[in-house]
Design a protein around this ligand. Structure first.
Ligand SMILES: [Zn+2]
Length: 430
């Protein structure tokens, strides 16, 4: 265990860097890395490069060429920084996503201004997760300032596209071999899960499009056609009557937060049937037609106790059941996207180390949680085969993607102390 005197040194080092932590968070917020479409990825990587270089890191800028959504107009740039120690040991990796979601309505501060007020930094991405990136970087800088001769290696990556699936970021880096158990031994993703909680993983997700089919005819003689929207109505009715109660009855032992997500869930993301919506400016009436197709996109979140094949079979069985009782009913299900649940063991080394650091810094035992939605841990687990991975960082989860998003300065400083102590535990092995 890190000696109390060493811990005091690290803590003092973070306290001395408090203004710098705030300034770095503001600087990152001021680069509007909106995704989609994926703006300014290179700018944010370039902004981080000199300071990481100054702290002894070798810095690479990597473009995810050929990845989903990468283009010359919107290239997917990622930063990978690595600092070698002076003796053999483990590699500890901090990964943060640089992209932020759209601003939306209802802001009272400039979303890209990085306003500081009442001990908080405001802005789109403040909590999810530029505050987390700044925290991890300052934690690493404080650690190497105190212990330049550490063992093993420290890596920091700032990656693209997490909000849209991570294919131009962590998934691409894992495909290139940057996340493997041979290269990297501990991964911490400073997503906003609150400074006293260790996030072990996430539920699974299956997105699919369901289409019901009909036959177009004149709207004055609907009996000559077959209305795809009515067929979809039968699907929705079946969901209300049987599927939603069934999903609500499936409970998980995963410590998912919030409580409502401790069961299987399904959202209907969209519904489209009949004529497309008219262009802005068209003020005519629609034409009378019987819709010949209707589509919904479903977002099914599943539990570690369920498997993806059963999740899909459940929907197919529901559709077949409707088909058996409804003349003319025909449908198609198209897979869009799927991720299996991921959950790191409670006694994995990174979990034990971060938990012990939280206890020492905050003088209380951490909570263990699982995220309702997925994040980049999925790629590190599945492509990288790296099981020793968690999310831990400052910021309040509920504020993510909201107007007037903010991150607390005390929370960032506390998390930075936890992360710098974590580095000491893992990289000062004697
Ligand atoms: Zn995030």
């Amino acid at each position: 265990m890190t000696a109390p005197a060493d811990m005091d040194r690290l803590t003092a080092e973070i306290d001395a860097r408090r203004d710098d932590l705030v300034a770095l968070t503001q600087a990152l917020i001021r680069i509007p890395t909106l995704n989609p479409p994926g703006r300014h990825y290179r700018d944010i990587c370039e902004a981080l490069k000199p300071r990481l270089h100054a702290a002894g890191f070798t810095v690479q800028l990597l473009r995810a060429e050929g990845a989903r959504a990468d283009s010359d107009k919107y290239p997917r740039w990622n930063l990978l920084a690595r600092r070698e120690g002076t003796r053999p040991g483990d590699c500890v990796h901090f990964n943060g996503h640089t992209d932020v979601v759209e601003v939306g309505q209802g802001w009272s501060t400039d979303p890209f201004g990085g306003t500081v007020k009442d001990g908080r930094v405001y802005g789109r991405g403040a909590c999810d997760m530029k505050g987390g990136i700044a925290t991890a970087i300052v934690a690493a800088e404080a650690f190497v300032a105190c212990f330049p001769d550490h063992a093993g290696a420290i890596e920091i990556s700032a990656t693209a596209d997490e909000e849209s699936g991570g294919y131009g970021g962590v998934a691409w880096m894992a495909d290139q071999g940057y996340f493997t158990p041979e290269r990297v031994q501990h991964v911490i993703i400073p997503e906003p899960l609150n400074k006293d909680r260790v996030c072990l993983g996430h539920r699974g997700v299956w997105w699919a499009e369901i289409e019901t089919k009909g036959r177009i005819a004149h709207g004055s003689m609907p009996f000559l056609g077959d209305c795809a929207v009515r067929h979809m109505g039968a699907v929705l009715a079946e969901m209300e009557e049987h599927l939603f109660p069934l999903l609500a009855s499936k409970h998980t032992d995963m410590p998912v937060v919030p409580d409502g997500a401790k069961q299987s869930t399904l959202n209907i993301n969209s519904i489209h049937g009949g004529e497309p919506e008219h262009e802005a400016g068209y003020d005519g009436f629609p034409a009378p037609c019987v819709p010949d197709r209707c589509r919904i996109v479903i977002d099914r979140r599943f539990l570690i106790e369920e498997d993806i094949a059963t999740v899909k079979a459940e929907i197919r069985a529901m559709m077949e059941h409707i088909k058996a009782g409804r003349p003319g009913f025909d449908y198609e299900i198209r897979d869009m996207h799927e991720v299996v649940p991921s959950m790191t063991e409670r006694d994995a080394p990174v979990v034990r180390t971060v938990s012990a650091a939280i206890e020492r810094v905050l003088a209380r035992a951490p909570d263990y949680v699982v995220s309702p939605g997925t994040y980049d841990q999925k790629h590190i687990d599945r492509i990288g085969r790296m099981k020793n991975c968690i999310a831990y960082g400052p910021g309040i989860l509920d504020l993510a993607h909201q107007p007037d998003e903010w991150v607390g300065i005390d929370d960032m400083a506390d998390s930075a102390k936890v992360l710098t102590l974590t580095l000491a535990e893992l990289l000062l092995a004697r």
